[in-house]
Design a protein around this ligand. Structure first.
Ligand code: FE2
Ligand code: FE2
Length: 173
């Protein structure tokens, strides 16, 4: 799910947030639901490291559900108002956007570590030639989720968050 081609340097942060939510957040939620069913399919029971794989996926699932909710309900609404010069700085329960951002960056780090474990547990999402079709489907879905999450976290860590910090600083000076 590539959004790079839709992003322009002039794009307002509110638009960037809409794109992140419409593409990455929507995709993540639908894939998590789909993989939650696939990973319980009796046909994947042959996987030798299934209990660890299920535990790792469950940790990713749990972390992401609350992570996306925090971004959508707390951090993003504040950032979306920052690039509107006509409005006063939005009121919030934190002293600076840096505070919730630090929490999100820490959670991204935890997710990256979980993805490293997930890759190791699935041999980088490579099924064996004689594996069941459901295992092929599970690994392809996990690979797509991994790829999408890496891109998703890049747009937040490297583009949106630094811009929000800079904008908040400018508005306060
Ligand atoms: Fe996000
Ligand atoms: Fe995030």
């Amino acid at each position: 799910m590539k959004i790079a081609h839709k992003i322009t340097p002039q794009m307002r942060m509110a638009e960037l947030i809409d794109l992140i939510e419409e593409t990455h957040h929507t995709f993540t939620r639908s894939e998590l639901a789909r993989i939650s069913e696939l990973i319980e399919d009796p046909e994947v029971a042959a996987l030798p490291r299934l209990p660890e794989l299920r535990a790792c996926f469950q940790a990713i699932n749990n972390d992401l559900v609350s992570h996306l909710q925090k971004e959508e309900q707390i951090l993003f609404p504040y950032i979306a108002l920052l690039d509107d010069d006509m409005r006063p700085l939005p009121s919030s329960c934190f002293s600076s956007v840096a505070q919730p951002m630090r929490v999100m960056i820490f959670e991204h780090k935890t997710l990256r570590e979980l993805l490293i474990t997930l890759r190791a547990l699935t041999d980088h999402y490579q099924p064996k030639a004689d594996d069941a079709l459901q295992i092929f489907l599970l690994y392809a879905s996990l690979a797509a989720l991994d790829e999408d999450l890496v891109e998703h976290m890049h747009w937040e860590d490297d583009v949106l968050f630094p811009r929000a910090l800079e904008e908040e600083k400018r508005r306060r000076s």
